[in-house]
Design a protein around this ligand. Structure first.
Ligand SMILES: [Zn+2]
Ligand SMILES: [Zn+2]
Length: 383
């Protein structure tokens, strides 16, 4: 645009100038005399008065004398213009060639992306199948255990009904001799049947205590089904062996105990259902995120239960599947809990009193989707 404007200006300047073949018609704007002379020093038309005043010591000559020489000069200047024109034309065809190459390469790359994503989706579908099978296995295993319990409970119920019916029938229809004659046997039978049914043991052996852990390690491993029944996950903090504070770090050693029965699994104080994360405050007190119990439990360094806080829900101070916990030991001493199903972080003081919460479901700034780990740096900034 800049060059084009310059050319336009040049062209209109030429139009304003007098026709070169008729110099008498044009006059000097300073002296009103015909522009018969050309000053070579200034490259401009001048009049006879100019030649003795402002252009006195310049190189000038009559227009008629100098014209053909100046035309030659102009023509000489044309040849570099032509040369540049040629160069630019070549450049344009080189650009066109490159454009073609770029488009071709672009199509190739787009094709590659498509193929790569197709492959990834194949792998993802495989991972989906694997994970689905894993989940189905967990579900089937649990259902199988329950269905065994159902069968056995139904069989027991039938047995009880049969015995009951038989005895009642005997009482209704039997003669006194018949009833008394078989009384001993009926009593024995009834006590055998009832003794065979242990009322204490009548509770479901399985729970709906499994979750999808979305630990995406690679396309081949996009997650796991974590079941609360897995013994290792019922670990109980036995005691904090020692805490070694230094200037910048604090190392600690914790003993945990994995029960071989579900002794520690449960929802009373000191029991857990899938404890997920653990944090230790400045006093060495231990806070455990008790996932399926929707609460935080607080223990002394030697593992003695102190208090618990949170209950299932989405309101202030409620927790829904807490799976991460950390304490701002550097600055405020507040306890921060990430909640898987509320998609937010709740803040409590060290007594378990609710302070605030932040975040909601989403992927924008300040939004979370199933937040998991969180931690503080030594300057008190939360990550
Ligand atoms: Zn003049
Ligand atoms: Zn001059």
């Amino acid at each position: 645009a800049f060059h084009l404007n310059n050319l336009k200006e040049l062209y209109s300047a030429m139009k304003k100038m007098p026709a070169v073949s008729d110099p008498q018609e044009a006059t000097c704007s300073d002296h009103g005399r015909p522009l018969e002379l050309f000053c070579e020093s200034c490259d401009t038309l001048i009049c006879i008065s100019c030649s003795v005043h402002s252009h006195k010591h310049h190189e000038y000559d009559l227009v008629t004398e100098i014209y053909s020489k100046q035309c030659q000069k102009l023509r000489e200047c044309l040849s570099p213009v032509e040369a540049k024109k040629e160069v630019l034309k070549n450049f344009l065809s080189a650009l066109a060639e490159k454009e073609g190459e770029i488009r071709e390469r672009g199509e190739g790359v787009l094709e590659e992306i498509h193929k790569m994503v197709e492959k990834m989706m194949d792998v993802l579908r495989q991972s989906e199948r694997k994970l689905t099978e894993q989940a189905k296995r967990v579900i089937d295993d649990k259902l199988k255990v329950l269905s065994e319990q159902v069968k056995s409970a139904e069989a027991s119920l039938h047995l009880l009904e049969d015995v009951g019916d038989y005895v009642e029938q005997s009482l209704k229809t039997g003669s006194p001799q018949q009833v008394l004659g078989s009384k001993k046997q009926m009593m024995k039978h009834m006590s055998e049947v009832t003794a065979g049914i242990n009322v204490e043991g009548l509770h479901p052996k399985e729970k709906a205590d499994f979750i999808l852990s979305k630990s995406i390690k690679s396309l081949h491993h996009i997650g796991d089904i974590i079941s609360g029944s897995v013994a290792l996950q019922q670990c109980r903090v036995k005691k904090i062996d020692h805490i070694t504070p230094t200037d910048t770090t604090r190392s600690l050693s914790i003993s945990i105990k994995a029960p071989n029965s579900s002794l520690f699994e449960g929802s009373t104080t000191g029991q857990f259902q899938y404890p997920c994360d653990i944090a230790i405050d400045r006093q060495g007190l231990v806070y455990v995120a008790d996932f399926f119990n929707n609460r935080i439990q607080k223990f002394s360094p030697c593992g003695k239960f102190i208090t618990e806080f949170g209950d299932k829900g989405a309101g202030s101070g409620s927790l829904n599947e807490p799976n991460g916990i950390t304490i701002d030991t550097a600055v405020s001493g507040l306890v921060y809990v990430s909640e898987r199903s509320n998609h937010c972080i709740s803040v409590f003081n060290n007594e378990g009193v609710f302070i605030s919460s932040f975040g909601r479901e989403g992927s924008n700034v300040n939004e979370f989707y199933e937040p998991l780990g969180l931690t503080f740096d030594k300057n008190g900034f939360l990550y």
